[in-house]
Write a protein that binds this ligand. Structure first.
Ligand code: ZN
Length: 370
């Protein structure tokens, strides 16, 4: 199983310059090849693009491409070929899931990256050698589980640098304490579990307010000015802080759930439909339900668990989780329900979580009673 292990590093001034040059070349190769693809009637594949790059590098006005390692340049072309493949597979329905757009041009102001394969990097003790960049000492926050097959150098919008290694990881053997768990995702409370536990989402409101204030400021500043660049950087840094906070929360929660339970059942939410609803969109995108689902799925695989997503049309909030009596649709304001049939009192979300667990583990309520 493949995984990414990421480490931060602080390049020297010289390395910053070399990296800027490398990112610039990768970007140029990507954009140039993309322009060529867009202009061609028949899409050139990787080998054709690669051959063209070799020719271009021999011309006098593109000689500067030889100043950087050729491996990341080739990788950019590979990524472009993959991006096109995903795009066409998505168009023809060969690729399931969210629609993939056509590849886009890269901008200087976005995140920058360059990938080195085995031939162009090596690890010697604490240091990582990158071809034509030199020795880098990342902060080894955890050990690499195995020999990496490639490494990506990243620079984000807030000018932070990372090395991201692709490694093979073994599935983890830990027995689950519980058979199964159902999870109901919400807005105010992030997750309700069928065992009665709940997870409140972190409070982003202060950071969020700061971002909005700066965005208003940015809108007033003329394009191309230093002041505007500064504001942009500040916004990027705040976004990073929000993203880090969210990532940390989602990672901890998903690890806990997957460690403790053998079957994990989640309701399929119409996330893309909900984001269109303006009022909810901010809160929902901040909370990252989709990211949470992806994490649960990936970790379930790692820990050998069953991950089940149930149909979102299951009436999980309309049924008593004790006796199966169906009380019908509830107004969103109603937080607790007393079942008319068995008399038990339920918290709305906990009841839904219990029903999600039941549906996901194959249990059906007796339909005669409804
Ligand atoms: Zn009941």
């Amino acid at each position: 199983m493949k995984a990414r292990y990421q480490y931060r590093f602080y390049p020297t001034d010289q390395q910053q310059q070399s990296l800027a040059q490398l990112f610039g070349c990768c970007r140029w190769v990507w954009n140039d090849a993309l322009a060529l693809c867009k202009a061609s009637e028949k899409l050139p594949g990787y080998s054709k693009l690669s051959a063209m790059l070799t020719l271009v590098k021999k011309t006098e006005d593109r000689e500067w491409l030889n100043g950087v390692s050729s491996v990341p340049l080739q990788q950019s072309l590979r990524y472009l070929a993959t991006a096109y493949k995903n795009f066409f597979d998505s168009l023809t329905g060969k690729r399931k899931g969210k629609k993939v757009g056509s590849p886009r041009f890269k901008k200087r102001t976005n995140d920058q990256s360059a990938e080195f394969t085995k031939a162009a990097f090596s690890i010697n003790g604490e240091t990582v050698y990158l071809a034509k960049i030199g020795d880098i000492k990342p902060i080894w926050s955890r050990d690499l589980p195995s020999e990496p097959s490639s490494v990506k150098v990243l620079k984000d919008c807030a000018n932070r640098y990372f090395l991201s290694f692709v490694v093979d990881v073994e599935p983890v053997q830990i027995d689950a304490q519980n058979q199964s768990i159902g999870i109901d995702l919400g807005i105010k409370t992030f997750a309700f579990m069928s065992n009665g536990e709940k997870a409140e989402s972190p409070d982003y409101s202060l950071l969020d307010r700061k971002v909005r204030k700066l965005q208003r400021k940015l809108a007033r500043q003329p394009k191309g000015t230093r002041r505007r660049d500064k504001t942009r950087l500040k916004i990027a840094k705040l976004h990073n802080r929000i993203a880090d906070k969210r990532k940390d929360f989602l990672h901890k929660l998903s690890t806990k759930i997957v460690r403790e339970n053998q079957s994990i059942v989640l309701e399929d939410l119409n996330v893309s439909g909900m984001v269109k609803n303006r009022k909810l969109s901010r809160a929902i995108s901040l909370q990252g339900w989709r990211a949470f689902r992806d994490l649960l799925k990936a970790k379930s695989e790692k820990f050998g668990r069953n991950f089940v997503v149930i149909n979102r049309w299951e009436p999980t909030s309309q049924i008593c989780s004790d006796c199966g009596y169906r009380w019908g649709k509830l107004d969103l304001k109603v937080r607790t329900v007393q079942c008319l049939s068995c008399g038990s009192i339920h918290d709305r979300d906990e009841n839904a979580a219990k029903n999600i667990e039941k549906v996901g583990t194959g249990y059906r309520h007796d339909s005669k009673r409804t």
